[in-house]
Ligand binder design. Sequence first.
Ligand SMILES: NC(=O)c1ccc[n+]([C@@H]2O[C@H](COP(=O)([O-])OP(=O)(O)OC[C@H]3O[C@@H](n4cnc5c(N)ncnc54)[C@H](O)[C@@H]3O)[C@@H](O)[C@H]2O)c1
Ligand SMILES: [Zn+2]
Length: 358
Amino acid sequence: MNISHTLYSGAQGWDKLQDIILEYSKSGIYILVDENTNKFCLPDLQHKCRGLENALVIEVPGSESNKTIASIEKIWLQLVDGSAVRNSLMICLGGGVITDIGGFAASTFKRGMNFVHIPTTLLAMVDAALGGKTGVNLNAIKNQVGVFAPPQAVFIFSEFLSTLPTRQILSGYAEMLKHAMIDGETLFGRLIDLSAPEQISNEKDILESAAVKMKIVTEDLDEKGIRKVLNLGHTIGHAVEAYSQKNDPDPLLHGEAIAIGLVCEAFISMHMLGMPENDLKRLVSQVARFYPHYRLKSKSSEELLTYMTHDKKNASVSKLNFSLIRSIGQPVYDQYPGEKLILESLHFYMNLDAGFPW
Ligand SMILES: NC(=O)c1ccc[n+]([C@@H]2O[C@H](COP(=O)([O-])OP(=O)(O)OC[C@H]3O[C@@H](n4cnc5c(N)ncnc54)[C@H](O)[C@@H]3O)[C@@H](O)[C@H]2O)c1
Ligand SMILES: [Zn+2]
C-alpha cells in the first residue's frame, strides 16, 4: 500500500499548487468546500491561483453528522453533472470532515480521480489530511466505511487559520502536543512554552508536528506496530469525548477531550513507566492554561470505563490497551495499566480544579 504524499507549504507550496492547477485546468477542477471554507478560504484560493475560473465549486454541509454516504452520493452526482473524468482534479479545501469525505468521494469516483488536500483547520493540517485514510460514518459509527487513498499532495498554508475559532485552534493544538510528546523535547519544549492561543498557528510548529505523523504512518503502513503510538491520549480521550457527547448540550471538541486524555495517560505513564513527574507538571500547567477544566463527577468514572471497553470492542478493563510514554520522546504501545490506575488517573484530572497537587 502506498500512502506516501508530499507536504508543501509557504511560497513554494503556492507555486506547486499553481503548477498542479494549470496541469489539470483542461481536464476539469472541482473544489470541495463546506459553508465556512466557501466563505472564508475559497476567495483567498481563487485570488492567489490562476486557472480556477472554470472550476466547479461543490459545497457540502460541514458537520460530522454529514460525514455520510449520502453526502458522498451528492458529490458523485455533482461530479457527473460537471462532466468530471478520472483525470480531473478535486481540491479538498476544509477541515477533517472535508478531507475525509473528499478523499473518499474522489478516490472512488470513476475508480479513482486525482485529489489534493488543502486543510484549513489546525487539526486537519497536523492530522486528518495526512496519512491517506478517507471515509465516512455509518449509522453514527465513526469512519466505518472508507479506503486508504493518498492525496497527490497536501498543502499547509497557515494563513487559512486566521478565521478559525480559537476553540478549533485549541482542538488541533492537543494533537500537536500529542505529536510532541511522542517526538521529543525540542518540539514539546516549544509548544509547552506558548502562552496564548494566537501563538499556536505558526507554520514551523505545524510543519514539524505534521512531519511527526507522516514519519510514523510511513513506517507502519499496516498499522500493526509503531502507528499505535499515535493513539496516545486517545483511549481515555475518546471515552471523555463520547461521555461529553451524551451528557453536554455543547459537547467537547475532539481535541479538547484529547487534552484531558493526554493528562490522564501521562499520569498513567508516570506511575507505570516512570515518566518524570516534571513532564506531567509541565503538561498539566499548559492544559490548565489553555483549556477550561471539564467537570467530571467521580460517579462518571464507571461510565467512562464503559466507553473505553466499548471503544475497544468490549475488551475487559484489564485488557484495555494503551499507548503511553516512558518520557518525552519515548513512546511505547501495547500497555495494560488496569482498572485501578485508570481510575486514579481520572480522579487526578477531576481533582485538578481544586488546584495542582504540587
Ligand atoms: N483521516 C484521518 O486520518 C483523520 C484523523 C483525524 C481526524 N479525522 C477526521 O477529521 C474530522 C474532524 O476534523 P476537524 O476538526 O478539522 O473538523 P471540521 O472539518 O468539522 O472543521 C471544524 C469546523 O471549522 C470550520 N472551518 C474549517 N476551516 C475553517 C477556517 N479556515 N475558518 C473558519 N472556519 C473553518 C468547519 O466548517 C467546521 O465548522 C473528523 O471527522 C475526524 O474523524 C480524520
Ligand atoms: Zn485525535
